[in-house]
Design a protein around this ligand. Sequence first.
Ligand SMILES: Nc1ncnc2c1ncn2[C@@H]1O[C@H](COP(=O)(O)OP(=O)(O)OP(=O)(O)O)[C@@H](O)[C@H]1O
Length: 464
Amino acid sequence: MNDAKILVVDDEPAIVSGCEMILSEQGYHVETCLSGREGLKKLQTVPFDLVLLDIKFPNINGIDILKILKQKNIQVTAVIMTGKGTIENAVEAMKSGAFDFITKPFGEEQLLEVITKALESLTLIKENENLKKQLYDKFDFNNIIGHTPEIQKLFEKIQRVAPLDSTVLLNGESGTGKELFAHAIHEKSNRSKELFLAVDCSTLASTIMESELFGHVKGAFTGADANKQGIFETTSRGTLFLDEIASLDMDIQGKLLRVLETGEYKPVGSSRIKKTAARMVAATNRDLGKMVEKKIFREDLFYRLNVFPLHIPPLRERRKDIPEIAYHFLKIFSRKAHKKIHGFSDDALSALVNFDWPGNVRQLKNVVERLVIMCDAQELNYQSLMDNFQTDSQPAECSSIPTNLEELKIAKKSLLKDRFGPIERSFLRQALDAAEGNISQAARSVGMQRSNFSAMMKKHGIRF
Ligand SMILES: Nc1ncnc2c1ncn2[C@@H]1O[C@H](COP(=O)(O)OP(=O)(O)OP(=O)(O)O)[C@@H](O)[C@H]1O
């Protein structure tokens, strides 16, 4: 938000001109006032994104200014400048709605850090407001939601590969949307009028899998009392989505390779060759390259599948998509439940953005669904979110059994984080509630340094 409009209000000319210089150099539009009254007047007449406000003026103090702005419903993010030893005032200012404070004297780095943090939070608040406005009229159903460059690049690649017959290999953690993207490939291809069939390769035993995929003839095995058409034949000229391809055993891998190379296969028990024109899209949450190295996945099949690999990043690597996805599901589930919920509170949305989502979009979807079911208010707030995170504490997803010490350590760390995160958040909330929002007091009451306590708050997206 480098085009943000910032007002600097202080009666010390050196501070005003110093801040003006540093902030203008970053591209911000800066205006200045040398008295509290002048600053207040300006804030009431001109819209600013942020005000950097001294706490002490001869006629009016910064806290009074904040209170007047609040009464008049003037929205501006405030960062308060305080002198040494006036920490209590700073806390009061935060309670009156200031986003943060900075203690004088401060350096360029400190100033820019606090301003960047405040503006980042403002961006999220504005986005929340926009999404609330759009909630009941804009989103399209059944969409793949995502505007981050990572997802936009994926869309672009899908546009290019969809009309071709090339095999696509989707890779991504569980719940990132692999099936949704596979479907999008089908929809954007010339086969969109044909069938899209999804097969989860991990659910069927290999003996059944072969006959499921390729069909069988009467008498091929005990119980085969009639000819049966396989999935390839059913798919015909459509798209076959092979999910969890890493679960296929070596024998079927060989048969699949033949289909990919020649389009030919034999039903179980038959010597007659059949041909398929199905397009294949495969998906896995495992590292097939590593499986090849360990000789548990065929190298030739890997290269055949890997013609056009698409990686879907986990949600924690595209956090900017979280608000829009959360609102997308809010719209779907509130309609379903016949509830008119206006949106998420800012701190609830911030917590959603900061959570790591080990179960990715699927987990976010489940949390929002549960929130909507439980919600009797017009807004989904932080507390209801916390309550629902706690009931969401099912074992964190561990996509595969670790195969070495390093992987084991990573899995352990991630499980600990998933279990511990909600407890840590509730711990902070409890201390803050008991201290009526006074951060220093809350930190003291639990035996922590204020700086560590606020760092932990920041990690969980808690603002006071
Ligand atoms: N970008 C997105 N926008 C909207 N919904 C999404 C998005 N990504 C995933 N979803 C939804 O999240 C859920 C999980 O997605 P999907 O089943 O495609 O994930 P997956 O990667 O195939 O999971 P798994 O590996 O466990 O099979 C689905 O309900 C899907 O519709």
